[in-house]
Ligand binder design. Sequence first.
Ligand SMILES: [Zn+2]
Ligand SMILES: [Zn+2]
Length: 344
Amino acid sequence: MKKSMMAAVFRGSKGLVIEDVPVPALEKDQVLVKVADVGFCGSDHSMLASGNLPDGYIVGHEVSGTVSAVGGDVQGVAEGLRVIIRPTFCGGCQDCQSGRPYFCQNNRRSIGIGDLPGAFAEYFVAYPQMLIPVPDGVDSQNAALAEAFAASLHAINCAGRESGSALVIGGGPMGLATIMLLKMKGFSLVSLSEPVAAKRILGQKIGADHVIDPIAEDLGQHAFLVTEGKGFETIFECSGVKTLIQQGMDVASRGGMVCVVSVIYDSAEISPATLNFKEVALTGSYSNTHLENRQCLEWMAAGKLDGRVLVSDAITLEQLPQIYKERICTGAAVKVIARIGEAY
Ligand SMILES: [Zn+2]
Ligand SMILES: [Zn+2]
């Protein structure tokens, strides 16, 4: 058993630094996971940019790996099991037990989200209740992307529509994953609004029926044209730009649904009359459930879903600090994923 490991740790003003750190101690009720691949999430960027992390903290929760050691009190988990994780879960509180683990109030035990150390490292510890087995036929890179797709699936489930027309605002990983799932589910018309050309091209490649540059073109006019004057039935706000919530409401159909997927900490202005006159519903989504993670892995195993098309930067752990500065902070990357241990 190794005593130390490589990890990308947060060091205040220095940001991310690659260091040799101790392998986390395994408690009786935990498992140790050896990391294969780990994706960089928008929330990782938010946490690092805020600077509100303990010195030496390790982020990373979109991870695939293999169980390499099991605590004495853990039952039903074998060494060698291929897993991904749902990064927050206590299993004991009412929210966890009722299938809404993202509301977990029990100290909100989490991996890479401010509590237990995360997965941009050779190893991390997890609670067995967080583990989701990876089915045969799903490679470790695709598996590591399943949690991000599960968050998009959760947004679609929160919006509550099964078909029809949809607009995705923002072509980052979340918006693009949402488009892939909407088309897979059979939504008849999906438009993407995104100012960056490379992301619009990727949007088209992964199945968007229309892409629009909201700076050069008029989104209202686009909505009118492609929906024959009805407006979009479901809108997903995935850009994080606060003014675009109202923009989404403006192009919604009568009885339409706007789901705010990106987390916007600022306050935003909306015109309440839109809610009245069109009976538009406004909702939000947060994180995902175990079931949604399993569903995405099953789609991957069945060959219906391949998250790897979103990977713009497949890197090593050592490259992360530089890629973070040059490609993530600048918004140039779509999905950055690091290979740390052996792939499967
Ligand atoms: Zn994430
Ligand atoms: Zn809980």
